[in-house]
Design a protein around this ligand. Sequence first.
Ligand SMILES: [Fe+2]
Length: 199
Amino acid sequence: MFEELNNLVQSIADYSYETYQHSVKVGMLSARIANFLELSKTQVSLIKHAGLLHDIGKIKIDPIILNKPGRLTSKEFAIIKKHTEYGINILSSYPWAKPFLQLVNLHHERWDGNGYNGIHGRNIPMGAKILALADAFDAMNSRRPYSQIKSREQSINEIERLSGTQFDPCLVEKVIQDSDKILIIDWDGVVKFEIRKFK
Ligand SMILES: [Fe+2]
């Protein structure tokens, strides 16, 4: 499993280095949130690896659209939205990846039901809600061609603002309470992950 998983993560790095770095950070942040919530070791591991693979479908998106500076047109956004479906298609060929499929499919759901598949509230699995929160936090903290980078404090404020619409309010409340320990982008961890992976 780990060799195939590593190869898949490598294929993300080869296609889009930004997506790769984002994936590593989302995997690490999601695992930290899941640990903090005292989920089982199996759940934490599942969520961490789903974080690493959540955007794998982006390797099927035209790089012109994936890396486009500026706002996407509605047609381009519809293409970007297909990355969850592409991700499932890629992972379906690996029997060990079966437990990840649901989380990869649902990582863009919103608490209010306005996400990719329109699933809302408690119907969204906890792992997918954790991925969505980690994904958004890292996106706010990262340089994007179409949006200003936010400070850590601004990102936390933004997450609080979106509590109850985009994010599960109970999850936000718990994570925000201990945000100093949880919402940290661990650059050392990213570097170590890369060194381990690339040697
Ligand atoms: Fe995504």
